[in-house]
Design a protein around this ligand. Structure first.
Ligand code: UD1
Length: 342
């Protein structure tokens, strides 16, 4: 029988790519999303790519009753991948209560129902934001977490703790927290990708929207960091590579030989890239000129971070393989598709 995976936030950016990889690997998928930051049309596009239309439930996991009803309806869930969360750093500073009640509330409701309905396995979407600006690079899973820079970052940290404590307390529960570095790019079909509502906060959607003429100019935040060209450094990972790591994590949890209760993995490429290097590569591979200028640093940004992927590569048998060039091509192909640009 097919293993059944509940994917919360499954119509979102990373969620939709993960659903595609799960379906490709023969899992049965149930998507839960409240569509607060995604569009229902994603479902059809998942079907166009995979030939399968997953079950879909529109509901809010921060509502206990709705979550309970979900578990009443689906009694054979083998594992849950929990993406659904608010994720805008700036907004979280303005609306901390929204962030705490949504991000913590939905995890708490999920874990309570998992305990009650005997669902054992959960993968949680965490972020490298839990490391803050580390003293030593690259960061390993052993690198100490820092005090969060924003309520958003704190929700990731606290949710990791909630998961770890729950796994320790409830014997049947197993969990994996995946700490993402910077996911970018889109599926090669250009049928799914990152579709931010309003003005993009993240770098690559801002770049592609500028190239498409939706935004006038990209602002590069700071060129006075202690890096080779002065712009900040991140570890940009292809979203399909990232999605594949979730399939591996789910397999690991479901596998009865796995004796670990709670594990943490860094998901990155291991390569640090500056904002200006990324902009340069985007222009080159897509053969276009991007309108950009250098402005002040963005408040709350760190100077540089990139992953040590040794542990994840060895333990999961997983590695990011897509090139930066192909990834930036895919990002632009997706934007062109969205904007009907030939
Ligand atoms: C941020 C969060 C991260 C979160 C992610 C998803 C922190 C420290 N980081 O990552 O936890 O998971 O968003 O939303 O909380 N940049 C520009 N111009 C732009 C946009 C970005 O120069 O218009 C630069 C930024 O200054 C940064 C880099 O591009 O150096 C990447 O920025 P971004 O894509 O927003 O991701 P992070 O801030 O790294």
């Amino acid at each position: 029988m097919k293993k059944q995976i509940l994917v919360t936030g499954g119509t979102g950016y990373i969620g939709s790519h993960t659903v595609v990889e799960l379906l490709n690997e023969g899992f049965e998928v149930i998507i839960v999303d409240n569509l607060s930051n995604s569009d229902i049309s994603v479902l059809e596009n998942i079907e166009k790519i995979t030939g399968v239309k997953p079950a879909f439930e529109k509901l809010d996991l921060s509502e206990a009753l709705q979550t309970e009803n979900l578990f009443e309806k689906y009694r054979d869930i083998d594992a849950i991948i929990h993406f659904a969360a608010f994720k805008a750093v700036g907004e979280s500073v303005e609306k901390p209560l929204d962030y705490y009640s949504n991000n913590l509330g939905s995890l708490l409701n999920l874990l309570s129902c998992m305990n009650k309905y005997k669902v054992s396995n959960v993968v949680f979407s965490s972020s490298c934001t839990v490391y803050g600006q580390p003293d030593k690079l690259p960061v390993t899973e052993e690198t100490l977490r820092r005090e969060a820079e924003s309520p958003y970052g704190n929700t990731k940290k606290v949710c990791e703790d909630i998961l770890q404590d729950s796994v320790a307390a409830y014997r049947n529960l197993k969990g994996i927290a995946l700490r993402y570095f910077n996911p970018i790019g889109a599926h090669k079909s250009a049928l799914i990708g990152e579709l931010p509502v309003g003005i993009p906060i993240n770098l690559v959607p801002f770049i592609t929207q500028t190239a498409a003429g939706v935004r006038k100019e990209l602002k590069v935040f700071g060129n006075d960091y202690a890096t080779s060209d002065g712009s900040a450094i991140r570890d940009y990972i292809n979203v399909v590579d990232l999605a594949k790591a979730h399939v591996v994590a789910v397999d690991r949890l479901i596998n009865t030989n796995n004796k670990h209760d709670y594990e943490v993995f860094n998901l990155g490429t291991g390569r640090g890239l500056s904002v200006l290097e990324l902009v340069e590569t985007f222009q080159k591979v897509n053969d276009l000129k991007l309108n950009y200028s250098i402005v002040e640093r963005r408040e709350g940004d760190i100077e540089k971070i990139y992953a040590d992927t040794t542990y994840a590569n060895a333990e999961l048998g997983w590695k990011a393989t897509e090139t930066l060039e192909d990834t930036l091509l895919s990002a632009w192909n997706w934007e062109k598709n969205v904007r009907n640009i030939k």
